[in-house]
Write a protein that binds this ligand. Sequence first.
Ligand code: NTF
Length: 805
Amino acid sequence: MFSNKTEFKEVFLQRLEMTCGKSFKESSKRDRYQTLGNMIREYVSSNWIKTNEKYRSAKEKQVYYLSIEFLLGKLLRHNLLNLGVDQVVQEGLSELGINLDDLEEVEADAALGNGGLGRLAACFLDSLACLNLPGHGCGIRYKHGLFEQKIVDGYQVELPEQWLRNGHVWEVRKADLSIEVPFWGKVETLEKDGRLTFRHVDAETITAVPYDVPVVGYNTDTVNTLRLWSAEPSPYLVHKDIMKYKRETEAVSDFLYPDDTHDEGKILRLKQQYFLVSASIRSIIRAYRKQFNRIEDLHEHVGIHINDTHPVLAIPELMRVLLDEENLGWEEAWHITTQTISYTNHTTLAEALEKWPIRIFQPLLPRIYMIVNEINERFCQQLWQKYPGEWNRIENMAIIAHDQVKMAHLAIVGSHSVNGVAEIHTEILKKREMNSFYQLYPEKFNNKTNGITHRRWLLKSNPKLTNLICEGIGDSWISKPDQLLELEGYQDDPAFLDQLFMVKQENKIKLAARIKEQTGINVDITSIFDIQVKRLHAYKRQLLNILHIMYLYNRIKEDSSFTMYPRTFIFGAKASPGYYYAKKIIKLINSVADKVNNDPVVRGQIRVVFLENYRVSLAEEIFPAADVSEQISTASKEASGTGNMKFMMNGALTVGTLDGANIEIKEMVGDDNIFIFGLTAEEVLDYYQNGGYRSFEYYHHDKRIRTVVDQLTNGFFEDVEDEFEMISDSLIMENDQYFVLRDFASYIDVQKEVGLKYKDQNQWLKMSLLNISRSGHFSSDRTIQQYADDIWNIRPVNKRPLTKN
Ligand code: NTF
């Protein structure tokens, strides 16, 4: 039905009438979107079935990526592109007077994630399918994704997100594959044939209902599965207060925790984690059991990856299944479990290290707690053998200590691989954060630098640049992104560089229109688009960026002869609702924007824009239009970053610290094609360890700093007098934990250099082209191939090219 547009049109019209019960003329955009979505999903389903059959018959090892977040965004366009039917559909619709872009607007973002960690999971799913690797996702089908952000009077206001309001065309509910997940109750111990057996009784069970979403590969017939679990009241449970039970049950998959790094410490969060893990593990084992006889070989055929510690209960849950249901002995179960599980760490921020008080953990998950306790006892005995008498070391490494369960320790002990997400991050884990574990298990630790799918972040989001690249070097880079390197042949080709310039201008025009629509602000598309989009967090230092803008403002105001290349500073960021300081920074950005945008003196030179509700679909409009990418975290704090890679791939130049993957970007492009400033990670960590930083001295000695810091509290922002005291205090009274003032001068210098370099358009375009050409390394195809080879030991199964049906 997609082989030519006439056939497509015919089927589309027929289906539209059948499913909506309306004539074409009467149908709404939503009807049309829904019809198209359903057609695509059905088109995919025969390959979906075939892929699963092939995985079963090939008896190849399969991997399950467990993640509490999958930040998918929209799927329609992405699926059309991967299926290779984008063109046919677009043309067919257009003949019916329908614009595909308009239909895409109707689709809600699937925002089942907060930021980097969840988006990485989505990129990984795409790469797995594209590389024909047998790898699937397991997550939670939150009824409400990440909150919707509104800016009211400069303040962030949160509204519940409603992506399921009109249903989700991509999912298939599979109620017959539901699983009962038990909570509370107690454990009964029985002796059977001289062996102790355990039974979880009096439990309150919740039904986990799977919704499967097909994950379509590019130019292949592989269709993997993302299985999202929804919590529903169990039909088997008799409860004395049925309404309460229903409420509490559904709460488990109601909301995604809008929290990037802080652990809320709530029972509900732990319930969500066990819910995901128990349903996933048991459905994995059920599928395995249909295919294989020997449970002892599980790790030969199944890999289970845990995305950060949120799904770490996979370890005791798998142990429980092997011990209590499969009747294996401890040693054997432990061997299988550790060989099956692998773990990625995504942050070293102390606030993000999950710890659960026993008083919460034990009653909620009594059998799981027993198992964790046993794992801990055995682990401590092993430590005692190796480090006799070293009480301190053992206490620090224990999984349970001070009435808490330490999830990261459980993850390291119970898995065969522990990886960080950029070289420097892995080194910091090995040398510092997890050093004692590294000494014990050096062989477990490895690095896998993050990547992004170039299919969404270039092909889909930047079709103009994609076309230009294809005109230059053909299209085989789409399957082998390293071939983007061939673009370097065009470095001295003025006609090609001109076209590159035009593409950027056109993308800037589009973004300018979006800015106008959302904020009413007119921006100059010949100005430098200097962009910082990511979650709002103190360590990411949006504050450094906005204070620098205040400095430029002051500079222009005090010296009429001062000129700079005009710049539009664009921000997009959500703050966790309970993160008061981050919300203050949002207010500050908006206050500066008001001040700057309404002052005729600076108008031609700086503009400041805060785009509300930053999300995947908005990001797709932003990256293609960027000239400058702000990656300015305090060195050592950003584990990797992935926005940095998306900007680079779209030809923006990075202004960044030597942090996370910025370092590897710099190694790729060379010192002349990136703007590096600020303290190194070594220097930052040295300050933390040995002291010696006094922010007051930087305030005192640098008038530029003094002025902007004073402006936070001296009435400079007329309408909001005490608003920013907290920010000023963080910089001076609290000694500026994130070294904003320490890096300020160096940031001013590097930003000045950016302005000068941009003036030489030809040089800038060359640098931009070089960034694009070297970005292939940061495709998640490279990352996933490394996971497949080094950690999971899986191979491609489904090599046949797409069968058109
Ligand atoms: C994030 N971590 C890191 O902060 C980013 O640097 C990294 O790029 C992504 O993970 C993906 O690896 C988190 O989102 C979390 F939840 F761990 F804080």
